[in-house]
Write a protein that binds this ligand. Structure first.
Ligand code: SAH
Ligand code: SF4
Ligand code: F3S
Length: 552
């Protein structure tokens, strides 16, 4: 049988981007080919997100299009992976028989088997009666349900989850030349913020063994990866007990006053049998020196100990950027959201971060990032003003602002009516966006004249436009698809048309600020050879959120 071609489109967060890469690696290893042209594919997969209704609507409209496609291609296989599959449950197939396969985020290690079954089922249906093949789903389903919340099965769930990451077959370097990779440290979430579907779709919080994480990072470094971003919903709650198979959260001890293993103050660390987040950062930094940049998302404002701040300060290759969402500036809203901290505790935390880590004098200012939900039920103008105050005090370099979207299955959906009219949500959203744009602009201006190490990611948007090539948003691939992996071809595009004396490239500071700079094209070094390198540049100007610099 000729190898089947797969179109895989990813929605949602970095967790999903990583899952898509792992799935694509596994399927490529089994002989499937990946294509960026949905129209030519034998198999169409959507790795979906449920966090807001809009994310789901995009997938619904894609599925509607596929329904028409099946008329011409009865053996087409359509799959819904990820959070939306988990949230919708099995009845999605009865409502939408266009879906042949559903696979929740915690079951992705089973995808190859499901896909194989689906392909065979569709092929034999199409052979005997194409009309039946068009109408009938292949009904391949793997969902977690509530299984992982029962502690007896948590360990088994941990093992099965682990196999997807452990089986990582392809590095981003092989996909498209990217020198930056995501590595998961924690799965799931136990926080149950009242608005959020993630604990329902990703299951209970499970921390991966540090040895697995470090081995994975070493293997990635061997392929040429130089930047790692550790992923978890609340990374600072990472905690691995070496005498148990998996670690259950819920008993995160306050981390203040404790030291990380390896610091000078060794009397107070958590104990030989425990690896905390600070310990993990330190181990990666020490054991994998080839990793030039170590990042992590997302941080949770509670229980972020001084030990973590100390390790970031003491280890030069850990980046000074902390994405730590507050969601709102109002204590009343925080309580209704079940965030588990007050706004003064949040301010105490960011003050502490700045005290330890803000060092503009050595070219390492601390940058913070945030998320806000606007228009949560009962939000008053007074609450909204408090959120403005939060933006002003926190000085985020960037902040995502989302209109509240009620999600079925969450406490807020069941218990708190969505009573803020959309036009008020929209107006408040715009006010916060304007305010944040000014703040980001001021931060950008403050960097002019400064000198920074810049991790080179690729050609700038402007150069891509000139060449008519695809622009990847950051290093990620949300909204775009994994292509037929030919990294050499991808990189060759960067070196095309170098008729001008310079080419503009883009990269990031360690505080995650984007910088554009020109590199000469006099053939000493091709543009593609800069990718993944760290160059030094002086910032010469800032236009809104964009910094421009000169190599020094
Ligand atoms: N674990 C991370 C967030 C993961 S979800 C944390 O706790 O910070 C990413 C962001 O989506 C959240 O920070 C929140 O701002 C937003 N979000 C989640 N549920 C939402 C909802 N129902 N409506 C609007 N925004 C939501
Ligand atoms: Fe959702 Fe809260 Fe968990 Fe973040 S911490 S994923 S917002 S439940
Ligand atoms: Fe979306 Fe699931 Fe991520 S709901 S934000 S894809 S964890």
């Amino acid at each position: 049988m000729a190898s089947k071609s797969v179109y895989l489109e990813t929605f949602g967060c970095q967790m999903n981007e990583l899952d898509s890469e792992l799935v694509a690696g596994a399927l490529t290893g089994l002989g499937y080919r990946f294509t960026t042209a949905a129209d030519d594919a034998d198999i169409v997969l959507y790795n979906t997100c449920s966090v807001r209704e809009r994310a789901e609507q995009k997938v619904w409209s894609r599925l509607g299009e596929m329904k028409h496609r099946k008329n011409d291609q009865p053996d087409l296989v359509v799959g819904v992976l990820g959070c939306m599959a988990e949230r919708d449950g099995k009845d999605l197939i009865s409502r939408m028989p266009v879906v042949d396969l559903m696979c929740g985020p915690a079951e992705l290690d089973k995808l190859p088997e499901l896909l194989d079954n689906a392909v065979r089922t569709k092929a034999s249906l199409a052979e005997s009666d194409p009309q039946v093949a068009i109408r009938r789903s292949a009904k391949q389903v793997a969902l977690q349900g509530n299984a992982s919340r029962r502690s007896s099965t948590l360990s088994a769930a941990g093992d099965s989850l682990e196999s997807l990451d452990l089986g990582r077959m392809i590095s981003p370097v092989d996909f498209d030349g990217r020198r930056s990779a995501y590595v998961r440290i924690t799965r799931g979430c136990n926080k149950f913020c009242t608005y959020c579907v993630v604990p329902h779709t990703r299951g209970a919080e499970i921390h991966r063994p540090p040895e697995h994480i470090i081995d994975e990072i070493k293997a990635l470094a061997d392929t040429g990866v130089v930047e790692i971003t550790l992923l978890g919903q609340t990374v600072n709650h990472y905690r691995f007990e070496h005498d148990s198979a998996v670690t259950l959260d819920g008993v995160v001890q306050p981390q203040k006053g404790r030291a990380y293993k390896g610091s000078h103050n060794r009397d107070s660390f958590a104990g030989e049998n425990t690896t905390t987040f600070a310990d993990l950062l330190y181990r990666i930094h020490e054991e994998v020196p080839a990793i030039q940049r170590l990042r992590f998302v997302t941080s949770y404002p509670r229980d972020f100990g001084d030990d973590v701040l100390q390790v970031i300060r003491d280890c030069s290759r850990i980046c000074r950027f902390i994405h730590v969402p507050a969601q709102t500036g109002s204590d009343r809203m925080l309580k209704m959201m079940n965030r588990g901290h007050t706004i003064s505790e949040y301010y105490e935390f960011i003050d502490r971060c700045n005290e330890y880590l803000h060092q503009p004098e050595i070219g390492r200012p601390l940058m913070l990032g945030g998320d806000i939900i606007v228009g949560f039920p009962t939000e008053t103008e007074e609450d909204h003003e408090l959120t403005k105050e939060l933006l002003i005090r926190s000085k985020y370099k960037n902040c995502f602002i989302f209109k509240y979207s009620p999600r079925p299955g969450t406490v807020a959906y069941d218990k708190i009516p969505d009573d803020i009219p959309d036009e008020i949500k929209r107006r408040r959203n715009n006010e916060l966006l304007d305010l944040q744009t000014d703040i980001s602009d001021t931060i950008a201006q403050e960097q002019v004249g400064g000198e920074f190490d810049i991790f080179v990611e690729g050609l700038s948007r402007r150069e891509h436009r000139k060449r008519g090539t695809e622009v990847k948003p950051g290093s990620g691939m949300v909204g775009i698809t994994i292509g037929g992996a030919d990294p050499n071809a991808t990189l060759a595009v960067l070196d095309q048309d170098i008729s001008e004396p310079t080419v503009q490239m883009s990269g990031r500071t360690d505080g995650d600020l984007i910088v554009f700079f020109d590199v000469p094209t006099d053939a000493v070094k091709l543009p593609s050879e800069y990718i993944g390198q760290i160059v030094r540049a002086k910032i010469t100007s800032a236009d809104k959120l964009t910094l421009s610099g000169e190599l020094i």
